[in-house]
Design a protein around this ligand. Structure first.
Ligand code: PEP
Length: 254
């Protein structure tokens, strides 16, 4: 079943106490989720266990890591493996965020390895894709995003693909306050779904959740999520403000 998902990406923000307080402020609102709705908090590594102990997975609330390494284990000082995440009960991991591609040089091949390791360890990747401003200005965004998906995901089987969540995040809209219009988001999400349909068939494509990310706020979430192929959002800045994120959760389609 295709899920409607509000995913928070806290990035490298918040001290332990502030993270705990933010999570509590959001959870105390007790927003009840329908069976096809989910809320996921992607928190910094040191807070994973604390955050996990705070959420009720049965109620649809889960915790994600923001990254994992592309090797299974060994001499990779400072890195965290998918197996380690599995061992503390983490079920989701953001993979290929544009900040990781840009600042840490993560290649499409590396992301494919990360996706494989997540799936081997029963972790659902939240796979990010999206174009920079110059690519959109050239009108080449559809091909660009298609290439990103082909390069890191098209080796997966149908069953594996159904465990991947896609986040379309145009780089020009991340943290800039410039949101893609709901029409632009819908156009790209429909394109992404058609790319999966061509490779895996309609049934798989219709069951993949495709989230929009890029300056989603309480005030624009309902309009974005109202579009048929927009299955929720991956939210940075606004996920650090409890009232804003609660509004975003409430804006999920039912
Ligand atoms: C993000 O980092 O995934 C993101 C979408 O950030 P923001 O909501 O701040 O644009």
């Amino acid at each position: 079943m295709r899920k409607q998902i509000a995913a928070a990406n806290w990035k490298m923000n918040l001290t332990y106490g502030a993270a705990e307080a933010l999570l509590n402020d959001i959870l105390k609102e007790q927003v009840a989720l329908a069976p096809d709705q989910k809320v996921i908090f992607a928190v910094p590594f040191p807070y994973l266990i604390m955050a996990k102990s705070g959420v009720e997975e049965e109620q649809g609330y889960s915790i994600a890591a923001q990254n994992c390494y592309s090797k299974s284990s060994g001499a990779y000082t400072g890195e965290v493996s998918a197996e380690m995440l599995q061992s503390i009960g983490i079920k989701y991991c953001v993979i290929g965020h544009s900040e990781r591609r840009e600042y840490f040089g993560e290649s499409a091949e590396m992301l494919a390895e990360k996706v494989d390791l997540c799936l081997q360890h029963e972790i659902e990747p939240v796979f990010c894709c999206g174009e920079a401003l110059n690519i959109r200005e050239e009108g080449a965004q559809n091909n660009y995003v298609q290439t990103q998906l082909e390069a890191s995901l098209f080796h997966l089987t149908e069953d594996q693909m159904l465990k991947v969540i896609i986040a379309y995040e145009p780089i020009w809209a991340i943290g800039t306050g410039k949101t893609a219009s709901s029409v632009q988001a819908q156009e790209m999400h429909a394109h992404i779904r058609s790319v999966f349909a061509a490779k895996y068939g309609d049934e798989v494509a219709n069951n993949i959740s495709i989230l929009y990310g890029g300056s989603v706020k309480g005030s624009n979430a309902a309009e974005l999520f109202s579009k048929p192929d927009v299955d929720g959002g991956l939210v940075g800045g606004a996920s650090l403000v409890a009232t804003d994120f609660v509004e975003i959760i409430k804006a999920l389609k039912r």
